[in-house]
Write a protein that binds this ligand. Structure first.
Ligand SMILES: Nc1ncnc2c1ncn2[C@@H]1O[C@H](COP(=O)(O)OP(=O)(O)OP(=O)(O)O)[C@@H](O)[C@H]1O
Ligand SMILES: [Mg+2]
Length: 348
């Protein structure tokens, strides 16, 4: 057995692909690439921009020498409605009609324009009386699904499955966890324009929520405080973070309103959890997404929440640790593409 699989994460800022090789021992890295997303990105309606996107993906894959033509692809969190709904115990058939009632309440656009998918997170074999089941519901605007299909076919790729970024991230981060022994934790995945929160028990997602704040807002805060351009602000952010240096401390102060609004949402999620699962406690915050690479961000969340905080390292799930030096510290950036690459091997 020697199989390759590949995950493609098309972000607002970067296109990232990871190809993994599976052999008897487990997964190892076969190829990876990060390449800039063309300025118009995925959201432009113009066929020329779509072609440009398609070409950019094709070029990135060629450069990485990834020749697999079938990929798992993630949709951006801020374009998709993802929710865990609690429902009474239903058969698959009952669920397939009941889920539309739930979707109607949660999704603010007509369901005729939505591609809806759902999945029972966990169903006990012998449910107790009144026990509920958690169903993961994902609704993506059909127009966006079609757009992804079109752009990817322009780049010569067939989509195997589409899912949302947070699901890929969780898969990468929980791959090696013992389903029954691991303690509850919260993943905070901070991208450029949005942040996704997810609470996991064992390996099961029990809550997820997205807020419209991310690394770009941090750049704006730095730019305005220091009187810099956004590009310079981004460089400052990457170089100093919210570290102990004097520049770092000024960045910390300038970005406090943004950081604290993310922290507040994390605390709210923790309170929600503790009310619902009174005998369990969230024991760890895991920061993912490229913004998790800001120096000092783990300390900020740990101090602000009183919960142990770590920066995600999805490379940990690979059996061979011969990760190129340039990307060794970029784990949090690659969580989505790694999670996509292992999707086909997930246990049911
Ligand atoms: N080394 C780093 N340190 C701090 N922040 C970083 C670092 N690298 C990237 N970022 C920030 O992370 C954010 C997201 O960047 P990324 O390259 O992941 O974009 P993306 O995946 O295209 O975004 P999205 O997933 O939101 O579409 C940006 O705001 C960027 O400034
Ligand atoms: Mg991203």
């Amino acid at each position: 057995m020697n199989k390759k699989s590949f995950g493609l994460d098309i972000g607002d800022i970067a296109i990232r692909a990871v190809e993994l090789k599976l052999d008897k021992g487990g997964f190892s890295l076969s190829a990876s690439i990060t390449s800039p997303t063309p300025p118009k990105g995925m959201m432009s309606e113009s066929p020329l921009d779509e072609e440009e996107m398609g070409n950019a993906i094709k070029k990135a894959l060629k450069e990485a020498k990834i020749d697999t033509k079938i990929a798992n692809v993630a949709l951006p969190e801020n374009q998709v409605y993802t929710k865990i709904v609690e429902m009474p115990y239903l058969s698959d058939r009952e669920l397939s009609s009941a889920i539309y009632w739930e979707a109607e309440q949660y999704i603010p656009i007509p369901l005729s324009n939505i591609t809806l998918a759902w999945n029972v997170v966990k169903r006990s074999e012998k449910p107790k009386q009144n026990e509920k089941m958690n169903v993961l519901m994902v609704g993506a605007p059909t127009i966006i699904v079609k757009k992804y299909q079109k752009v990817l076919s322009l780049s010569g790729i067939t989509i195997n499955t589409l899912e949302t970024e947070i699901l890929s991230t969780i898969r990468a981060l929980t791959f090696n966890l013992d389903r029954n022994a691991s303690s509850p934790f919260i993943v905070v995945s901070i991208g450029s324009i949005s942040t996704a929160l997810a609470i996991i028990i064992g390996r099961d997602l029990i809550f997820t929520y997205t807020l419209p704040i991310g690394g770009n807002a941090i750049n704006r805060a730095i730019a305005s405080d220091f009187g810099l351009s956004l590009t310079q602000a981004e460089e400052y952010k990457k170089a100093y973070g919210i570290s102990n240096s004097s520049v770092g401390q000024r960045i910390e102060k300038a970005t406090e309103p943004i950081m604290s609004s993310i922290l507040t949402e994390v605390k709210k999620a923790v309170i929600y959890f503790s009310q619902k699962y009174q005998n369990l406690r969230i024991e760890q915050i895991i920061l993912s997404g490229s913004t998790a690479r800001i120096l000092g961000i783990d300390k900020y969340f740990a101090n602000g929440s009183g919960i142990e905080t770590a920066v995600a390292n999805p490379w940990k799930m690979l059996v061979s640790q011969n990760i190129p030096k340039e990307i060794l510290n970029s784990g949090p950036e690659y969580a989505v593409s790694i999670g996509l690459a292992i999707k086909d091997y997930e246990e049911q």
